[in-house]
Design a protein around this ligand. Sequence first.
Ligand code: ATP
Length: 901
Amino acid sequence: MNLTSKKRSANRPWHTLACKEVYQALASSEQGLDAQEAEQRLQHYGTNKLTAAVGRGPIKRFFSQFHNLLIYILLIAAAVTAAIEHWIDSGVIVGVVLINAIIGFIQEGKAEKALDAIRNMLTHQAMVRRNQKNVLLPAEQLVPGDIVTIESGDKVPADLRLVSVKNLRIDESMLTGESLPVEKNTLAIDEHAALGDRFCLAYSGTLVTYGTALGIVVATGDKTEIGRISSMLRTVSQLITPLLKQIARFSQWLTFAIITIASSTFAYGWYIQHSSIKDLFMSAVGLAVAAIPEGLPAIMTITLAIGVQRMAHRNAIIRRLPAVETLGSVTVICSDKTGTLTCNEMTVKSVFVNNRLFTVDGVGYDPHGGFQLDQQTIAITDYPSLHELIRAAVLCNNARLEQKAGNWLVHGDPTEAALITLAHKAKLDPDLLNQEMPRIDIIPFESEHRYMATLHHDHGGHAFVFVKGAPERVLSMCGLQRSNGEDVPIHLQQWHETLQAMASQGQRLLAIAFKPVTAAPRQISFEDVETGLTLLGIVGMIDPPRPEAVKAVQDCQNAGIRVKMITGDHAVTAAAIAAQINIGDGSVLSGEQVDNMDDSELQAAIRQVDVFARTSPENKLRLVTALQADGQVVAMTGDGVNDAPALKRADVGVAMGKKGTEVAKETSEMVLADDNFASIAHAVEEGRGIYDNLKKSIIFILPTNGGEALTIVAAIIMGTQLPITPVQILWVNMITAVTLALTLAFEAPERHIMQRMPRKPNEPLLSGFLIWRILFVSLIIVTGTFGLFLWEQSLGTAIEEARTVAVNTLVGFEMFYVFNSRYLHNCVLNIHGLFGNRWVWLAVSLLSLFQLAFTYWPPLQKLFGTVAIDLHTWIMIVAVASSVFVLVEIEKFFIRLFKLN
Ligand code: ATP
């Protein structure tokens, strides 16, 4: 391989070359490259990947940890203590700030990596011609010279020079800013044409909104147009959500509160208590470090990252972090039917042809089974009309079946694969049929027009169009019907009755028709196929509901979330499936009815109806808008290009990972790796769990700060010595944050979480309940800690010992309180409550060791001014500290009793 020798003449840009010249320049052909050549080129050019984002460098990221108002206050505190020559205090404060920055730095890096890994789970595939066969490969493996097929919904995988196009339109807004899709062609163009005018090129990363095309890869990776200007697109994960913003605002608020309280206590001490200036400075510093929840931002970020990873394990891949929080307040889920609520495993069960209803045996794609008529097995050779219909169904078809390790694998659309299985059951060989009647052109299936048409020539010079699609649509295109080998005028009324009967069994229906064409054209257009067809018959297939979806729908309903089915399928089929999954009350609205309603009528109708059939993507958008106008928070699933506006509009757009187009994935907040409705329900559960965990870390961490701050204020007011010194406070804050508080990030969602109503979207994080809990626990902590300190002092113990007791009491409170915090409202006095999270026990054990070191290890004694205490004192500490556990459980009992939460 040496492309340089065949270098395009005088380096002319690709858009100025004719297709032939491009093939030549890239030493390629319509057959595509062979695997060996492709491999060599891959070695030479490297993978088709943009160089990873060079985010903030480590140094910048480290220093950004200090860019926080609360940290500034701590640094001021360090400066103040240094100014009054309290070197140890000053050193410890600086140490804590440093440790905090290091922890934040490491955790943030980890969280960003985890999120990137999740994003990489969404691999991008491309249809490439290799060894003369079309294969689906990871887009990263594309090399210049590869021949690639793109179609509506795809993201263009590399820069392509188009060699054949069919109605191709591409959204290039990310590159050119042009918001309307651009119509493409294959004509070479003037060298000076601007980027947006090079109609024969398709650029990597842009989105195909319509049509299909074939192109030669001319540039990959960083050499692509997007690679050149991509610094703006190489986004670095941003760990920001509305909640984290709320916390940031809270920090600011807290800072002002701290400054106000510190200065007023300072003034109080100065004017009323006449304390020494040194003592007052120390108290002010103590107050500042006490009130600052240093660990909180890091814990919140970790909680979020762990939650998102957990969701990914349950097949819900979060693309935009704020969705995690929105999920917890979703009140309506609008779901597709096929593949999401059903298995998307189609089996043809009946064929109505020539006024007879044939039934078909067998399950799944295994091509074993026979045909019956009036419960008698029949030979298909006796029924030429059945044979004719199946032949048409196979020709108008893109699917392929493959047997691997005893299983039948589908390549392509399951609806079409079911027809291939049907053909095998009828002993028809699809490959042979396609050789006898090669395909010349195609109008691919799109939900928009609901049919697919193909043009075929036989070797005798005849041409035919075959059409299959949604029966009402195809019937409207037919003037004739096939009857005993003859074309006779169609009896529409009769056909509609047949459709009704077949659909009422929950069968998905397809009508199959054909039309002979004279003059053997090479192309077909919509006008060519939309009139004058002859109807061959109707095929009915089953697609059973997913068993797990039935349960998931019920779980959602219990969780106060209404599930709506929005499908492109027939109204009667949709109603039958909805009944099996327990969605709605049997009423169905069709897309046409929706079209005929104005916004207020629609808003009223959606309160009653849960099943929408034969809907168009525009209907979906209107439904989301109407639901939102009705005050609902909506999650909406989608897979096609045309679903993008509805996905964007929904509060949580959910794209299908398997059958979804790249366009749908790009616009959605969440992607389902398995296309399964149950995964949405799991994501909602996890979303609620994450929100709970964030709340849990807050109600765990803040009372510690509250308790400490109140202890210091109390000491200043009472004019006693500080029960806990600033360095001791920092020790408590840091050590409990990295042990106890962290365990709450790992809490699994509470058991009854899916029996609660959705959270109100505008509910403030610090709700009345949360503020109450924080104050309540702060008071318990201050009473116990200050109480024991005073008690020790009243016994005449040295100040060092009294302080050691106070610190151990404070940490003891935290150890007990972490158990309470595992459940916000529920009682933890049960096996699961006490032992359900092993990390809590590990953290408590670790923390006990730290406290022993803090109390008995000479270097720490020196640093923190502690002394050894005796067993009797320990017993007293544990007794006092355990009171928080009992009191909070009693509080929870009353909260539950009077439903105060
Ligand atoms: P959902 O929106 O729940 O996924 P759906 O898959 O039934 O529903 P569409 O894919 O829009 O919705 O299909 C609508 C109708 O079009 C089907 O009921 C069927 O009659 C017809 N249809 C589906 N797939 C094909 C296909 N590959 N070729 C021809 N007609 C098809």
